[in-house]
Design a protein around this ligand. Structure first.
Ligand SMILES: [Zn+2]
Length: 81
């Protein structure tokens, strides 16, 4: 039986295009949601809007970073300026 494989439009992972996959052509519900959100906002920038709590958490992490000089700040990907 021939299997059709497509690439997930969101993350480009190969996806089996079968009826059992209810999220086809996406690989997962998450990727489907990201794509729908992207269409709704006409952009692929940020799928989720950070809440005030998220921002607080990020600010906390930045505070911890600047407080230590052990080089750990290099491994954290936030650029919040
Ligand atoms: Zn995907």
């Amino acid at each position: 039986m021939k299997k059709i494989t497509v690439n997930c439009p969101t993350c480009q992972k190969p996806v089996d295009y079968v009826p059992e996959n209810e999220y086809r052509p996406f690989c997962s519900e998450r990727c489907q949601m990201i794509d729908l959100g992207a269409w709704a906002e006409e952009s692929y920038k940020i799928p989720v809007t950070p809440t005030a709590e998220d921002l607080e958490h990020i600010m906390d992490e930045l505070d911890e970073q600047s407080g230590s000089e052990d080089g750990k700040q290099q491994s954290i990907g936030y650029r919040w300026q």
